[in-house]
Design a protein around this ligand. Structure first.
Ligand code: DAH
Length: 350
């Protein structure tokens, strides 16, 4: 240990002090170099190990280094003070952007809340499911032409062939009706569920998305009738679209319900009259808008789920989330794909 070591400490300390801008860093610098256990103090303490002739020079250089570093400390403290003194606390801050849920997510929550008022519990099921739950157990045997209505995506295995298991081919759920037999298999009756989920079909256009959402209701109990179906859909429609909106069950055909219906609601634009300022309403057909399918669960579907159709009956319905939300007055979206383009200018309106 000699004077060279002291000079090296000075050099390193000055280097370390360059660019220090805030009071905390100044304090740390002081502790590291000038503090009681700092590097300079420790080095000076080693004077006792030097010979008598070496000591005067070592002490002199030591004092110089100490003065230099203390001078530097004072300079750093005053420059930090003047930088902090220049902060203008009245300067407006940067306001963080506050976002909100996507219109689809808002609608999903609203639908869930409305049905929960009727005691429907939200349940979830696989979106990658087996043919059996998507079709076969819903009274649609293999190769049945009714399946063509659901333009289905299949999952391929690593050889590029459609993945197949004990319950048939693997599909991306083309509708939320796979919930029906899956829920019955859980073996708890009565059932009152709402399944809101992504659905997938090989389609794309102004009115069709390859990935969209549906909500499916299922109620199974003793003595469930069409009157109950009408009551449930009426309740939802009035809560979602407004008290003045009427419903109509129009006969239709689905393999998994008997009887089957399409649910229509009175047009929210022309208020069910079919005319707007003397001309034909451009939104609806004769005062009615089509919401989606509904019906009484087919006995074969109950049987597939292990439910005795002689004792129990059920109602079901399945509608598109995007379609339902677009039908509500005030939301006039001509191309459904706009919803998922991540255009904030569009999304922030809702
Ligand atoms: N799954 C049908 C579809 O995607 C909709 C549907 C119709 C669901 C009738 C039902 C129902 O539960 O009872 O078009």
């Amino acid at each position: 240990m000699g004077v060279e070591a002291l000079k090296k400490i000075q050099e390193e300390a000055l280097l370390a002090g360059l660019g220090i801008m805030d009071a905390r860093a100044v304090d740390e610098w002081r502790a590291e170099w000038l503090g009681r256990k700092g590097k300079l103090g420790m080095a000076l303490g080693l004077i006792s190990e030097l010979t008598a002739s070496e000591r005067p020079e070592f002490g002199k250089v030591g004092n110089l280094v100490k003065e230099t570093l203390e001078g530097r400390l004072v300079a750093m403290m005053s420059s930090v003070e003047s930088v902090e003194g220049q902060l203008d606390w009245s300067f407006p801050g940067v306001e963080p952007k506050v976002g909100h849920l996507h219109l689809t997510s808002q609608t999903i929550r609203e639908v869930q809340n409305i049905f929960s008022e009727l005691g429907f519990r939200r349940a979830r099921f696989p979106e990658v499911d087996w043919d059996y739950y998507a079709f076969e157990s819903l009274n649609m045997p293999k190769d049945h032409p009714a399946r063509d209505d659901w333009e289905t995506f299949f999952i391929a295995n690593d050889k590029g062939r459609i993945k197949t298991g004990a319950k048939g081919k693997q599909v991306l759920t083309p509708h939320t009706s796979n919930a029906q037999v899956r829920e019955m298999e859980r073996g708890e009756l009565p059932i009152r569920l709402i399944n809101i989920s992504k659905t997938y079909r090989r389609q794309s256009g102004p009115r069709h998305l390859p990935v969209f959402h549906q909500f499916e209701g299922l109620l199974i109990d003793e003595g469930v009738s069409i009157a109950n179906l009408k009551g449930v859909v009426d309740y939802f429609v009035k809560r979602f679209f407004g008290e003045g909106v009427q419903t109509r069950l129009r006969p239709h055909h689905f393999k998994f319900t008997e009887p089957s219906f399409e649910l229509d609601i009175s047009c929210v634009i022309c208020l069910g009259t079919g005319t707007v300022s003397g001309g034909k309403c451009r939104i609806c057909k004769g005062g009615w808008l089509e919401l989606g399918g509904a019906g009484m669960v087919h006995p074969n579907v109950l049987k597939a789920g292990g439910v005795n159709p002689k004792k129990y009956s059920g109602l079901a319905f399945g509608w598109g989330v995007e379609r339902t939300m677009i039908m509500r007055s005030g939301v006039n979206i001509t191309d459904i794909r706009t919803l998922y383009k991540n255009d904030l200018g569009f999304l922030e309106q809702f």
